[in-house]
Design a binder for this molecule. Structure first.
Ligand code: BGC
Length: 365
């Protein structure tokens, strides 16, 4: 119970920050499949954020091929590197104009798409939030993602396990990083990790050296490596001068983990336990080399395949399967979600975790 309440609050994080006056209408999830379905070769729009991590790069090709194999036409777009919000808004509008029947969106900014998704609904399209929830709007029909709260819990637990493997008892000194504040997932990952870490912080067993425990203080704008690296640089200067020990760093993903490790190496300090997410090639190599401690396997192939299945179900005029109808309150409605289980990966289980991944498996031999 406590967990699901935390999760609901977590999901409201971005919405609460961005939208002060939202939430007068609150609906439970409702039926949103077009009753008669739509043409088997209809256009499906896929609007992805900029390529801030390898999973997004993979997703684009997988969607193009998966939708084609399923008989659909597709329009797969990425937001640009700098004008991300305006790019994505324009791309979604263009998809609506072209008559897309389903629009799958990996939001670049969770709270900046309400106008576009309202237009999509008016045009009769189904809106599916992919990986990242879209907040502050009634016009999102489904959410499909890995269980992001669980991702955060696994990261928090990996941080503790890693530190314990080096020093059996605390106190352990750590620093906390979170993702971009405009991505709803950032607060969810962070709150999942804090669900595990906070009791230890409260007991003094885990000490956040800088005292920066608030998600706003720990944020990494744009999920950019250089922002995490410079925050780590300044933490090292301000808090870890001399031989002050740093036992662990909570990093929300692999790109940021490697930037944090670069900073720490640059300062000539031993590499602490550093968590990650995404199973990026360079991070799997780093884990096998004993540098980064952990990552999360969220197999993009599976998430895209499940999303294409959802599109096929909608095409046939049926209701897609969901397995969570209570956790993802976007500030206006509870969005019915289909969640896949994430897997924690360390050097110890990497070979097993990536056994069926032809790209990652050879790295674990
Ligand atoms: C995704 C992560 C990814 C991050 C940065 C998040 O929304 O869930 O897998 O690392 O965005 O791209």
């Amino acid at each position: 119970m406590r967990t699901s309440l935390t999760k609901v609050l977590a999901v409201g994080f971005v919405a609460a920050l961005v939208a002060s006056g939202c939430g007068s209408e609150r609906r439970e999830s409702g039926s949103t499949a077009p009753e008669k379905g739509f043409a088997a070769d209809a256009l499906i729009g896929v609007a992805l954020p900029s390529k801030t991590s390898e999973n997004w790069v993979l997703a684009g090709d997988l969607f193009t091929n998966g939708l084609k194999d399923a008989g659909f036409q597709s329009d797969v777009q990425y937001a640009g590197a700098s004008t991300t919000v305006a790019d994505q808004q324009a791309q979604i509008t263009a998809m609506i104009t072209k008559g897309a029947k389903v629009i799958v969106i990996g939001a670049t900014d969770a709270a900046q798409l309400s106008t576009q998704v309202a237009q999509a609904k008016q045009s009769g399209a189904v809106v599916v939030a992919y990986d990242r929830l879209i907040t502050n709007t009634p016009d999102v029909d489904y959410y499909i993602a890995f269980d992001n709260f669980k991702v955060g819990q696994l990261q928090g637990q990996a941080l503790l396990d890693g530190m314990k493997s080096r020093k059996a008892t605390g106190p352990w000194t750590v620093e906390l990083f979170s993702g971009s504040p405009d991505d709803n997932n950032s607060g969810v990952f962070f709150n999942g990790a804090m669900d595990v870490l906070k009791p230890l912080i409260d007991r003094g067993e885990v000490v956040v050296g800088s005292g920066q425990t608030d998600v706003k203080q720990t944020a990494t704008q744009g999920w950019k490596a250089e922002n995490a690296q410079s925050r780590m640089d300044s933490l090292l200067n301000s808090t870890y001068a001399g031989d002050k020990t740093l036992d662990g760093v909570l990093s929300p993903n692999d790109t940021l983990a490697r930037a944090i490790i670069t900073s720490i190496k640059g300062a000539g300090k031993p590499i602490p336990i550093v968590t990650g997410q995404d199973s990026e090639v360079e991070s799997v190599k780093s884990i096998m080399a004993g540098e980064q401690y952990s990552t999360i396997n969220k197999d993009t192939r599976k998430l895209v395949a499940e999303t294409v299945n959802m599109v096929k179900t909608l095409q046939a005029g049926n209701q897609p399967t969901v397995n969570d109808t209570k956790s993802y309150d976007n500030g206006v409605k509870v969005v019915p979600a289909y969640l896949l289980p994430p897997i924690i990966v360390t050097k110890a289980n990497a070979a097993e975790a990536y056994a069926d991944d032809p790209k990652l498996s050879p790295l674990t031999k």
